[in-house]
Design a binder for this molecule. Sequence first.
Ligand code: NAP
Length: 299
Amino acid sequence: MSDNTNYKLIDGKKIATEIKSEIAARIKQLEDEGKRAPHLAAVLVGEDGASKTYVASKEKASKEVGFTSSVYRYPETISEKELLEAIDFLNNDSEIDGFIIQLPLPKHINESKIIDAVSPKKDVDGFNPVNIGKMILGFSTFLPATPFGIQMLLERSGVETVGKHCVVLGRSNIVGTPIANMLSRNASNANCTVTLCHSRTPNLAEITRQADILIVAIGKPLFLKAEMVKEGATVIDVGIHRIEDSSSEKGYRIVGDVDFDNVAPKCSHITPVPGGVGPMTIVSLLSNTLKAYSENNNL
Ligand code: NAP
């Protein structure tokens, strides 16, 4: 392993703060023009702790930039029909520019049906099939929040993508598949040659070692080790896990899918966990909401 300590940490928290300031400045401008603020709503079903935390941080970030924010809370027992009615209400409320359905939903509710019911014009999470289709065709749309955040991180950290080999680990609908598509597009912040790997990929390390840019979204704590990484690669860690740590006051620590201490010395750029991709996901949501507001109000 190299003993390089000159890798550049991609500070997602700092970049997210910069983008939030830019959004806040735009909201201030709209306010000065006498216009209402963009309104982002969230639908929260049940009492799942992680879901509540995510929704609370989205609410906090919305308020920080000057958005109006609201949370529609429903009990675990809500029926699919009632939830579809709630979505219909949000789709038709002209004061709400965008909304998200916090996932996962209770087992008795068909998640695909719910995602499909969100108006593509208000789908600021970028999960609706219409928006996914637009993304694939390269049309203007709401890009899925986490991949959009990754793309902004790369851009704002000066990581060159054109002509680079990007290897994506994981093919989920919300991270791996869309980021693989986005980075392979013919665009100045993309134009990578992309390899998408998953649990059936043989000789994974042979492939990851070819990556100039390695995006890891497999949901396995500390999975990526130094021997899987090429010297000088950029590593983006999407994973987020709470693991036991008796040396920490809280009894746990937060880690990603990448074994940071082991991998970082080999990298040119790497994201930390926490403070890397996580803060960017929320900022993407704010950017998408501002876009929805502008489009729905012909601004
Ligand atoms: P997911 O739906 O669990 O999908 C995991 C993917 O990894 C699947 O495609 C799976 O392959 C693949 N995989 C699993 N084990 C593998 C292995 N040993 N080798 C190669 N591929 C393997 O994951 P996700 O929703 O994308 O989430 C991934 C991680 O990112 C999680 O830790 C999640 O909490 C985190 N996350 C963070 C954010 C954020 O804002 N920071 C946002 C979303 C997700 P198969 O398809 O073959 O099963």
